[in-house]
Unconditional design. Sequence first.
Length: 72
Amino acid sequence: MTTYDLLQMLGYVFNILGLLVCIGGLTLARRPDRRLLGRSLAVLGFVIAAAPVLVQLFGLVEPVPVGALPPR
C-alpha cells in the first residue's frame, strides 16, 4: 500500500474530524468571551479537513500514475 492509497483512505476521517472541530469552534465563537478561541478552533478544523488536499498540493505525497489498460 502506497502513501497515496493511505491518504485516500484517511481522507474521510480527516474530513469528518475537521468538520466536527470546525463546528465546535464556530459554536464556541458565539460567546463573546470565547470568540478568539472559537475562531482559532474553526480555522484548525478547516486545516484538518483540508489536510489531504494540502499534502498533495505541496507535493509531500505524489499520486501513483495509472497505466493504460491493455487492449482486449
